[in-house]
Design a protein around this ligand. Structure first.
Ligand code: SF4
Length: 350
């Protein structure tokens, strides 16, 4: 199969709607062409700054405007992050992903502190990923120089459904951030969330955008919505295993080299359901009992599952060299950071 292909929505629909067992077989075949099916990459996601976010993502308990049980927490110290990284590494994680509840990165002391966190975790021999909101090319470059391996910025859903979920930023700015990350030479991690009331077409349109990125995203998280009390999506039904398997298999087929991450929602899935996702081409998980602010299976439970399924954790830097830390990450420039606000405000009407 060609590695880069321009798919149409119809082609994606045809793949997605293939009879399930045939779809899993096709995805598993592609998976074996590009990956070791016994290896699963383990990432640990920690929240380095929690809550109080000015954005209005309808799924997120960290948005300041929703009344949820999430407690606000200022930026962690570099020492606290180092401790969490060592713990994750000792438990088998090859990547630490640090999330901050920001709309966008600002050129201030907090960002300097995040750059130090990146350097320290890189020096522990782990892949470092950040998810900090929108960033400029210069900010992405400083993160790269500090030793950042990947930057996460999910497209979430289709352009059409996006403004039902988020009214405070534009899809175009989302794509601009991905472009800034790529220009800085940092791997892109970008995927979406299913179960927010969107159609199958919306899910596949999001995937279409990802297939058009060059290079393809290095990792693609597929999240099942975890409905959290107090958010506009609190009453959404839990996504079925079949929908997750179909989405993962389709992603594997059209993004053959990417790490496909079985992300949020694993707490609702049996080990058998997760095994089907691995068969369908998922080769990455988030481990640790918390995903930013929502629950996740414990490390121990995951290791039990790995043992039963004969899986092993993927070593770090299997798909790209360890970034070198360059002192230039300390160099600040004066830049005016401005991101758009969408004109229409028709969010959260579903
Ligand atoms: S998803 Fe991120 S940007 Fe959106 S409200 Fe939550 S923390 Fe803020």
């Amino acid at each position: 199969m060609e590695f880069y292909r321009d798919y149409s929505l119809e082609e994606l629909l045809e793949i997605y709607n293939t009879p399930l067992l045939e779809l899993i077989y096709r995805a598993a075949t592609v998976h074996r062409q590009y990956h070791d099916p016994a290896e699963v990459q383990i990432s640990t996601l920690i929240s380095i700054k929690t809550g109080g976010c000015p954005e209005d993502c309808a799924y997120c308990p960290q948005a300041a405007r929703y009344h949820t049980a999430v407690e606000k927490h200022d930026l962690l110290t570099v020492e606290e992050v180092k401790e969490a990284a060592i713990k994750a590494k000792n438990a088998g994680a090859s990547r630490l992903c640090m999330g901050a509840a920001w709309r966008n990165v600002r050129n201030n002391d907090d960002f300097d502190q995040v750059l130090e966190m990146v350097r320290v975790v890189n020096e522990l021999g782990m892949e470092v990923c950040c998810t900090l909101g929108m960033i400029t090319e210069h900010q992405a470059k400083r993160l790269a120089d500090a030793g950042l391996y990947a930057y996460n910025h999910n497209l979430d859903t289709s352009v059409e459904y996006y403004n039902k979920i988020i009214s405070t930023r534009t899809y175009d700015d989302r794509l601009k951030t991905l472009n800034n990350v790529a220009k800085a030479g940092v791997h892109i991690c970008s995927g979406g969330i299913i179960g927010m009331g969107e159609s199958v077409e919306d899910r596949l349109k999001m995937l279409l955008h990802l297939t058009r990125l060059r290079p393809h995203p290095h990792s693609v998280p597929i999240n099942a919505l975890v409905p959290v009390e107090g958010t506009p999506l609190q009453d959404q039904p839990i996504v079925s295993t079949w929908e997750m398997v179909r989405m993962i298999a389709t992603t594997r087929i059209v993004l053959p080299k990417s790490q496909v991450r079985l992300s949020a929602g694993r707490l609702f899935m049996s080990q058998e359901a997760q095994a089907l996702c691995f068969m369908a081409g998922a080769n990455s998980i988030f481990a640790g009992d918390k995903l930013l602010t929502t629950g996740n299976p414990s490390f121990e439970k995951d290791m039990e599952m790995f043992q039963s399924l004969g899986l092993k954790p993927q070593p770090p830097f299997k798909h790209g060299p360890k970034p070198e830390v360059k002192e230039t990450y300390k160099v600040k420039i004066q830049e005016k950071v401005k991101w758009d606000r969408p004109k229409l405000n028709n969010v959260n009407q579903n």
